[in-house]
Write a protein that binds this ligand. Structure first.
Ligand code: NAI
Length: 253
């Protein structure tokens, strides 16, 4: 039975992914900073292994990985899903909040990936699946720090795909545009780009992409949704000025 450890498992994409892997017989490790929501999910999924975890705490990340592996006999897939978003005009977001976005979305992902490495080396089907975003295609207005954090996830994924590929560990990322989850629906500011691009995906769509990436051969970057796949293609074929113009048009207020 394969084993997956999920960060940010208690809501949205992480939660839908946990349910899908559970239905498919995987052994689950669920982690999230939100204790109550995590306990509720764990009781729904046969009291599977769960641990309250703040991914910015590197020591806690190490303990969580080791304890999950000890409990389940190892670790095959790490799904780095925990993340936060603060949409808004750059200058309206406090320095502290900008820093928190980078701390959770980038440093947190590094903490978990480092902690999981020795365990993944012992698996013969090891993979790290990172939640990047469509905002890692071109810097997105009203998402500046978030977008920067997802570019960092993209770079980490590309580098480790090559570095750890040599050790038999697959590393890839998922790049969806807007997904209907609490991250988006509960946001206090809504960028015009959200309504112009539309919110055409739900958490189950992304969970299916994660499952496919975990169980089949997958490329290093996995864009989701027809419109964004088209944007990715046009970004490759056209000069980057074209993507800039599109972004300028889509985000106008
Ligand atoms: P969500 O807000 O529904 O879930 C995020 C989860 O991360 C929550 O359960 C939250 O408690 C947890 N979390 C936050 N800070 C944490 C920390 N310090 N340590 C551990 N857990 C923490 O959001 P959603 O939409 O499910 O997002 C999941 C991932 O997908 C994020 O990385 C997000 O950036 C990414 N993503 C989301 C998109 C969207 O439109 N919703 C689009 C593209 C990517």
């Amino acid at each position: 039975m394969k084993r997956i450890l999920i960060t940010g498992a208690a809501s949205g994409i992480g939660l839908a992914t946990a349910r899908l892997f559970h239905r498919n017989g995987w052994t689950l490790g669920l982690t999230d900073i939100n204790h109550d929501a995590l306990v509720e999910l764990a009781s729904e999924l046969d009291q599977c292994w769960h641990r309250q975890l703040d991914v910015t705490d590197d020591i806690a990340c190490r303990h969580a990985c080791q304890e999950f592996a000890a409990d389940s006999g190892g670790l095959d897939v790490l799904f780095n899903c925990a993340g936060i978003l603060q949409m808004g005009h750059f200058e309206d977001i406090s320095a502290e909040q900008h820093k928190r976005i980078i701390d959770i979305n980038v440093t947190g992902l590094i903490n978990m990936t480092l902690a999981a490495h020795p365990l993944l080396q012992d698996s013969n089907s090891a993979a790290v699946i990172n939640m990047s975003s469509a905002s890692a295609l071109y810097g997105t207005p009203h998402f500046a720090s978030y977008s920067a954090s997802k570019f960092a996830v993209r770079a980490l994924t590309e580098a480790l795909d090559i570095e750890w590929g040599r050790q038999g560990i697959r590393v890839l990322d998922i790049m969806p545009p807007f997904v209907s989850t609490p991250m988006l629906t509960e946001a206090s500011f809504r960028s015009p780009v959200v309504d112009r691009m539309g919110v055409n995906l739900d958490a189950d769509d992304i969970a299916r992409t994660v499952f496919q990436a975990a169980t089949e051969t997958a490329p290093v970057h996995n864009p989701v949704g027809g419109v964004f796949k088209l944007m990715t293609l046009s970004n490759k074929l056209l000069p980057s000025r074209a993507t800039r113009l599109l972004m300028q048009f889509m985000s106008r207020e």
